[in-house]
Ligand binder design. Sequence first.
Ligand SMILES: NC(=O)c1ccc[n+]([C@@H]2O[C@H](COP(=O)([O-])OP(=O)(O)OC[C@H]3O[C@@H](n4cnc5c(N)ncnc54)[C@H](O)[C@@H]3O)[C@@H](O)[C@H]2O)c1
Length: 353
Amino acid sequence: MTTDTTAPAKRSHAIIGCGRVAPNHVDGFGQLSGWSVDVACDRDPAVARFAAAHGIPRWTQSVRDVLEDPSVGSVSIAVDHAQHGPLVRQALQAGKHVLVEKPICLDRREARELVAFAADRGLVLSTVAQHRYDPLVLALRSWVREGLLGDLVYVTASLQARRTNEYYTGSYWRGRRTGEGGSALINQGYHCLDAIRWICGDLTVRDAMASARFLGDALETEDTIVGLLQAADVPVTLHVTVAGRVDWRTRLEVVGGDGTAVIDLDHPGTLHHCAGSADLLRRAELERARSHEETAPGIDYYGISHRRQIADFGRAVSTGAAMMVPAAAAADTLDTVLDLYDQAYASRVPAAC
Ligand SMILES: NC(=O)c1ccc[n+]([C@@H]2O[C@H](COP(=O)([O-])OP(=O)(O)OC[C@H]3O[C@@H](n4cnc5c(N)ncnc54)[C@H](O)[C@@H]3O)[C@@H](O)[C@H]2O)c1
């Protein structure tokens, strides 16, 4: 028997932070040909169980072990929001390509610095924004850009989710200004806002209101936020709550002079409603026929597109091609999140109301 010594070595990836979202990273990188997830890193000793459960050969409780390992070429960072900025910087300094969960970090200036830092070093930096890769979101974006809906009248996005006091009190970081940097918006509502940015372009915040009337005993941030924004001259409303009665429902409604489309980000294969010209309806039928229903690899409402973004990340690392979503997009979305908070916290309804 001979061994093929010409076979190229696999690209070695490590996952830092092995909590709720980490299985989506294991799944996505596991699907990339020529890649392998070789190291699981979490400061919690349960990382050993995580590694065993996911067939990851090595585990460590130390980020340093990962960053000092020359065989590791790239890392996923999936820890609390407050550590994103410092860990992204350390990983880039160590020469690793980085896929960091959203948000990129908690500070606007730091976000721009990280994007520039990665570019200067020729490293790929990407922040997870998986819904930008949902086929239906991409279709809707094309319809808007091609004018199939006509001039936009308004856009509205909403997230209703249900979180309990225990969800916050049982976490070392959620619901804390220093750990999460906000709550309902920067964590759960982030995806709605990011998808609107992707579909409609730059957003300007006009007004916002936040409150913590329902979960205020457990969090120091907001359980609900409503924002009024503008995309060019189109009014945009955003409604986000984690104090709802349904587990998770995300809806995007784009109303134009010539057509309307309604989609749910949590069911990225379903075009909920579409009305308009024959051309639009034909395109909508094509989307419906091209069934996008796939089995989500992790918690179902995280959706199906970590895989797609990870495939794009893998291509960028392997070939040097630009990713579909540039690194700066995450800094733009962070700006809008922070603009909403600036407005909202000035007008926050006290928990005692
Ligand atoms: N894209 C999505 O749909 C999606 C879904 C869920 C979470 N997220 C994001 O993923 C990130 C993580 O969220 P989660 O729900 O998995 O959190 P989690 O609390 O379940 O997991 C975080 C893990 O990081 C570990 N950790 C913290 N600091 C560490 C360090 N310095 N070194 C090693 N390990 C460390 C913790 O021990 C914990 O196991 C957040 O940014 C969150 O917003 C994104």
